[in-house]
Structure formats: structure tokens, C-alpha cells
Ligand binder design. Sequence first.
Ligand SMILES: *Cc1c(COP(=O)(O)O)cnc(C)c1O
Length: 414
Amino acid sequence: MTQSQRLAPTHAPLTAFAVRDGELLVGGMPLSRLAARVGQTPFYAYERRLLDERVGTLRTVLPKALKLHYAIKANPMPALVGHMARLVDGLDVASGGELKVALDAGADPREISFAGPGKRLGELRQAVAAGILVNVESFGEVSSLAAIGDETGLTPRVAVRVNPDFELKSSGMKMGGGARQFGVDAEQVPQLLAEIAATGLAFEGFHLFAGSQNLRPEAIVEAQARSYELAARLAELAPAPVRFLNLGGGFGIPYFPGEQPLDLGPIGDNLAGIVERASRELPEAELVVELGRFLVGEAGVYVTRVIDRKVSRGQTFLVCDGGLHQHLAASGNFGQVIRKNYPLVIGNRMSPAKREVVSVVGPLCTPLDLLAERMEMAEADVGDLVVIFQSGAYGLTASPQAFLGHPPCVEVLV
Ligand SMILES: *Cc1c(COP(=O)(O)O)cnc(C)c1O
């Protein structure tokens, strides 16, 4: 082994799923048996126990008065959303389709909020009829909601999604600060509040969401502190007391070599201070953090079977029945700047006699269909099961499933 290989960063240890007799246990079942139970590969499996544990951890670390919302775009599988709806305090949706999933899951409409640019008129009508909170993102949405209010005799509930005048530093994806399609620029919010008042919409609060996939607690702390400051300032201009203040989230999970789990301690301490201040300054406000990936990402695996093994000019390839059409993010094509390997193992060979360096690819006729590039893992053969960890968020629904016309994937909640 060379010096640089020895010093190369490694994936954070993955201990969420147990191993028995050399086989990974998912939902308490040996992986090969679970594959038989599912009836096919590839599949995604999400574990209830890990979802419960994650919410439990957050409830321990975050202040009691803080509400925890699940942003269902991270994983909208109906059974999983149903499970989450019972664990968290509310759901955030980003389309009419997600609204249906949230309502079907039994979530209380008072605790459902709807964010996203480009809400169609039909979606706004659905939202008003459902009685959920709409996070308005433009002047146009305020006019549309006012018209829907007139037409239906219902009073649309709105919060203002603010595009802050700062960014969430070192975020995987920035969604606030600068010029954005999200929210209304902080400096235009006073005028928007005046329009909300003039059109008779029910103003209920503010929503700030600065970015996603952040592993630096100090960056999250700073964004939440500044979001609170900004909302408290804007609240003075609001037509009604703030009842909901959604401070966003952006909590990340470790995917790549060298990344470590997020330290929640400083975030919890900071939020405790914010909750305390809000109890004096915004006494009617419920404070909310909305999380997607952090709640579900580590609870899921993607499982695909090796269907061919070949050697090309000295490099070994494991060719699998699943690939980027079902797991775009693991292929490195979902917003990553530089492709890096997800944590991946041969799930039925967890205590291997031999290890080897291989590339794992999918069945698509494109070089982009790469699940692991020259990664060390157990020596594997046709029929073995490749497991990609950290696959519970932005997996199947964030992938171009129709690309190349392969059979559909299955998702199970175990
Ligand atoms: C995508 C999104 C989320 C979830 O982000 P994660 O990084 O998955 O936690 C939350 N809120 C809004 C408004 C979003 O668009």
C-alpha cells in the first residue's frame, strides 16, 4: 500500500444495520432472505426502527418546544410518509401530488405546509380547500390565492417564504441568498406583507430555507440565528402575529470518504436560545425545523444484484441489474460537482475471506452509469447483492426511471 492510499480518507463507519453470519440484516432479516421476500432486485428498503431512532435522537437534542417537520420530497413513499406522519409534528410538501400523499398519510392539515416555486393555480386551489398553510413565494401567488379566496369563500392561510440576504455556507445545495427562484427577497417582503393584508389572506408566519446537505454545525447555527433575526424584524411589519416560524433545516448526512456525521450539540444549544427568545418576542409562534434527508437518508439501502463480472484491461467490473436510472445520486449525477463513491458493500459477504478493488456499474448503455469507481470491497460474483447505504433520501423518485426502459424498482418499508 502506498503512502497516499494509507492516508486516503475513508467512509464514516456504518453501524446502523447489523450483521449476522456474514450477512447484512435489514429490517431484522438477512439480506438474501429479504431479497427473496421482495421477489426481485433491484429494490429499496427503509427501516422503521432507524426512522424511529432518528426522530428520537432529534427530540432528545432539540428543545422540547421546537416542532419537527418532515419534508416529504426527500422520500414520498406512501408507507414511509404514513410512518413519519405519526412520528413528527407536521409535513412539508412541494406539489399537489405530495399534498395528496401527506393527506392520505393522515397528517393534520393545520400542520402541513406547501413550499415551492411555480405552484399552479390548481395546486393552490387544492391547498386552500385542504386548509393547509401555503408558503407564498411571489406576488403572483398572493393574487392567485386572493382570487381563490373570493371564489371559494375560504380564507387562504399563508406564510411568507423569505429569500434571505445571506446564504447557508458550505451547503451541498444553496437555496437562499443572492438571486433565487425561491421565496421573496427580504427587501421586498414589506410590500408583500402589505398586499397580504390588503387582500384579506390569513397571515400566519415566515418560512426561511437557506440550503441543503450541510455537515458543518457552525454554518447551520449561523443560518438559523440570522434567519430568526430576519424573521423577528419582518414580524414587526406583519398584519398579524406570527404563528409559525419555519427556520428551515439543511442538516446533512455523511456520504463520501472523509465526511463525518453532523454534530447536533451546537445546533440544539443554539435553537434552545432561539426558542427562548421567541417565547418573549414572538409569543404566539410555533418554531419549526423542516428536515428531509436527515430524517430518512440513513434509514434506507438500495440493493442490486450482480449479473455479470468482467475484466477489462486489468480492471474488474461488477455489472448489476440496478443503476443510475434508479439511484441517480449514487452515480454522482444529482448535483455533485466531483463524482465520489457512496458507501457500498457486498451485503451477503460482510466477513469476506478476500477483498478486491472493483468498479460497480449498472446495466445502462452510458458511462455515467457508475455506482462505485475502483473501490475496495469483498470479492463478489454473479448473484451477490450490492448494497448502497445512505439511500433513504433522494433515491428512487429523484432518478430518471424511464431512461432505457428497464423494469421498475420496488420499495419496501421494513
Ligand atoms: C428540499 C427541501 C427541504 C428538505 O431538505 P433536506 O436537505 O432534504 O433536509 C426542506 N424544505 C424545503 C423548502 C425544501 O425545498
